[in-house]
Design a protein around this ligand. Structure first.
Ligand code: S3P
Length: 449
């Protein structure tokens, strides 16, 4: 299977020492939200640093289909002319969100309290993923949905013509579910309350406040209680999207396992709801430092410096850190195979419903490269083989999952023998410049087109 029909295998050979500056693209989560909130604002929202990955471009198409004007300028910046809260038009075609769970779940939320009907679909990966986690709370607003068995896409949502606000406790740690409910609450009169027991990425809350919505967040015994007042007039904004910590993870981890490396990854957002991987790597003994700590657009930002770290030790990753590094477990498991001792990752059931079942996908690929992995329903562990002890030489399936493909390419940079993935095309969903960027640092990546 491939994101584009024809799979393109890629092989990562043992790298030269990785050196230089890795300028990773804009944050995927913030890019989706910039377009969606821009589409609901009055006036022109200007965005710089937008991630131009396939996931975000699909969200731009979807918001155009609902009446917003989304334009890219010659200088690389983007503008969104919004339709105002409650002003979405009914799309006249099926909305294809490609590979993006964030795109489809947030857009379902945004249209669920408007009197329009929309049908959503995606690629083979997205059409397997659970949507009931979003349609259940949207039904409380009065929206109806009909999809395939077990709440899978393709799915049609009939928005509520006369929505009522809701109070909803999110049953799984999911920023996508939280955000879908908040976005639906925007067009419901009165106060919508979302409660999360575990804090997940808070970009929606921050950005809603930035666009002028009335939103409060309280830490209580019940959890984080977020209260949004519906039907605000959102004001167009200027947004500078910070660079994505989830993409920074790849050059950082590659440097830690490749002898002689010293890489600077500048301008990375260290929002505490996103930065868990970097603290985990430091706990393992990685030579990873935060330089030039500063604040940009209300977010803590630093330049990350990662150097080859042959002394890393396996650890038990604190389960309470899971939400803040949920997308980084695949590449962490690669680093863990180059450490000494076992790394235990527990409380990570959500990994089973990402773009792929990421525990299964990584376990298969790590084993194919000579690494011992043990797994249960919501945990897995990796036996470290030491800095020079990972055999490599295997071919891994990427299961239409960008982070699986990139993680195994990182593995090949430090392993004894080359590592191959059957399909590298999914990388374009979140990190379209991965191959030239990593090559410029010293990686040796070869595609078999
Ligand atoms: C995201 C939330 C996370 C994450 C995804 C992006 C977001 O998913 O895995 O890549 O932008 O809200 P969940 O909220 O389902 O955990």
């Amino acid at each position: 299977m491939s994101a584009h029909g024809t799979p393109i295998p890629m092989t990562s050979h043992r790298a030269e020492p990785l050196t230089g500056v890795a300028e990773v693209p804009g944050d995927k989560s913030i890019s989706h939200r910039s377009i969606i909130l821009g589409a609901l604002a009055v006036g022109e929202t200007k965005i710089t640093g937008l991630l131009e990955g396939e996931d975000v471009l699909d969200t731009a198409k979807a918001m155009r289909a609902m009446g917003a004007e989304v334009t890219k300028h010659e200088d690389g910046s983007w503008s969104v002319h919004g339709v105002g809260v409650g002003g979405l038009a009914e799309p006249d075609q099926v909305i294809d969100c490609g590979n993006s769970g964030t795109g489809v779940r947030l857009i379902m939320g945004v249209m669920a309290t408007s009197p329009i009907t929309a049908t959503f679909t995606g690629d083979a990966s997205l059409n397997k993923r659970p949507m009931a986690r979003v349609t259940d709370p949207l039904a409380l607003f009065g929206a109806q949905s009909v999809g395939r068995s077990e709440g899978r896409l393709p799915m049609t949502i009939v928005g509520a013509a006369d929505p009522t606000p809701v109070r909803y406790t999110v049953p799984v740690p999911s920023a996508q579910v939280k955000s879908a409910v908040l976005l639906a609450g925007l067009n419901a009169p009165g106060k919508t309350v979302v409660i999360e027991k575990e804090a997940t990425r808070d970009h929606s809350e921050r950005m809603l406040a930035g666009f002028g919505a009335e939103i409060t967040v309280e830490d209580t015994n019940e959890g984080r209680v977020i209260t949004l007042t519906g039907q605000p007039e959102l004001q167009a904004q200027q947004i500078a999207v910070p660079r994505d910590p989830s993409s920074a993870a790849f050059p950082v981890c590659a440097a830690l396992i490749t002898p002689g490396s010293d890489v600077l990854v500048p301008g990375i957002g260290l929002n505490p709801t996103r930065a868990g991987l970097f603290y985990t790597l430091q706990d393992m003994g990685a030579d990873l430092t935060f330089e030039n700590m500063r604040e940009e657009g209300g977010e803590p930002v630093a330049d990350l410096r990662a150097k080859y770290s042959p002394g890393m030790k396996g650890i038990e990753v604190p389960p309470e850190r899971a939400a803040s590094m949920i997308d980084e477990y695949p590449v962490l498991s690669v680093v863990a195979s180059f450490a000494t001792g076992k790394t235990m990752m527990a409380g990570v059931k959500e990994l089973r419903v990402k773009e792929s079942d990421r525990i299964d996908a990584m376990a298969r690929g790590l084993r194919a490269n000579g690494v011992t992995v043990d797994e249960g329903d919501d945990w897995w562990s990796v036996e470290g083989m030491g800095p020079e002890g990972v055999p490599g030489g295997g071919t891994c399936e990427s299961f239409l999952d960008h982070r699986i493909a990139m993680s195994f390419m990182v593995m090949g940079m430090g392993a004894q023998k080359p590592v191959t993935v059957d399909d590298s095309t999914p990388i374009a969903t979140s990190f379209p410049i991965f191959t030239p960027l990593m090559t410029s640092l010293g990686a040796r990546l070869e595609t078999q087109a």
